[in-house]
Write a protein that binds this ligand. Structure first.
Ligand code: ADE
Length: 249
């Protein structure tokens, strides 16, 4: 997969893009990542990329002529051009997997107060938000999108695990993980994990994942596909919760 990032702050990508998973993806030849400075596409002698907003108001707006030139220089017909924006559709496991299915994407990072809307109208094909809050710019959001996406490219995770067992992969959270030592400060690794019966381990993991989901993200359970046994477990968690709550006469 090839990802081109357009940004006013290419230096922000240096650390994260050369470490860990991203580095592995690049090293294994599964990810081609290019970070481009939008300023290089400003033709005037001061490389001006922004200007004051029509109609007044604070802040500076990124210029359409510069940004569109940058995008059109890089994009080929059909290349998705994704604007990082708090107004976009929310990034999720499903969206990341969908992006990983593309051969190539361009991620456009906005900055300052915003970007001239004609960029959106002319060249942007999709807008993605990483959450309902506003960042100073799209750079951190682009890095989150890249990280979440490339885990779905076959071979990037290698032996470390498969994205299909991640939290959210099937609509619920993952259960807890443990490693040595078996007892730490009086807390013991559950017996089932130490015995090696793989079907019991899988059932335990599913049940504990559902318990986590019940406790932390019950909203996810509305859409999760559950067996009758799993629904019964949820009823047990609910009973345990109400038994733990103080009873008033
Ligand atoms: N740019 C600013 N805030 C953002 C957000 N929440 N998601 C994506 N891009 C952004």
């Amino acid at each position: 997969m090839r990802i081109d990032v357009l940004t006013l702050f290419p230096g922000m990508f240096e650390g994260p893009m050369t470490e860990s998973m991203l580095w592995k993806g690049r090293d294994r030849g599964l990810l081609d990542l290019y970070v481009h400075d939008i300023r290089d596409y400003a033709l005037d002698k001061h490389h001006k990329v922004d200007d004051t907003p029509y109609g007044g108001g604070g802040g500076m707006i990124m210029r359409a002529d510069v940004v569109v030139r940058a995008v059109e220089t890089l994009a080929q017909p059909g290349t998705p051009v994704i604007l990082m924006s708090p107004q976009g559709r929310l990034l999720s496991h499903t969206v990341a997997k969908e992006l990983a299915g593309q051969d190539r994407v361009i991620l456009l990072c906005g900055h300052y107060e915003g970007i001239d809307d004609r960029v959106r109208q002319l060249v942007v094909t999709d807008e993605i938000s990483i959450g309902d809050y506003v960042l100073t710019g799209g750079e951190l959001a682009a890095m989150v999108v890249i990280d979440a996406t490339i885990r779905h490219i076959p071979g990037v995770l290698g032996a470390e695990g498969a994205a299909d067992t991640d939290s959210h992969a099937d609509g619920v959270l993952e259960g807890p993980h443990y490693t040595r030592p078996p007892v730490f400060r009086g807390l013991t690794v559950p017996d089932v994990l130490q015995v090696g019966d793989h079907s019991r381990i899988a059932a335990w993991r599913r049940r504990e994942g559902l318990r986590r989901t019940w406790q932390h993200r019950p909203d996810l359970l509305f859409r999760a596909q559950l067996t009758d046994e799993e629904k019964y477990w949820l009823a047990e968690f609910a009973d345990a919760d109400s038994a733990a709550k103080p009873q008033y006469p």
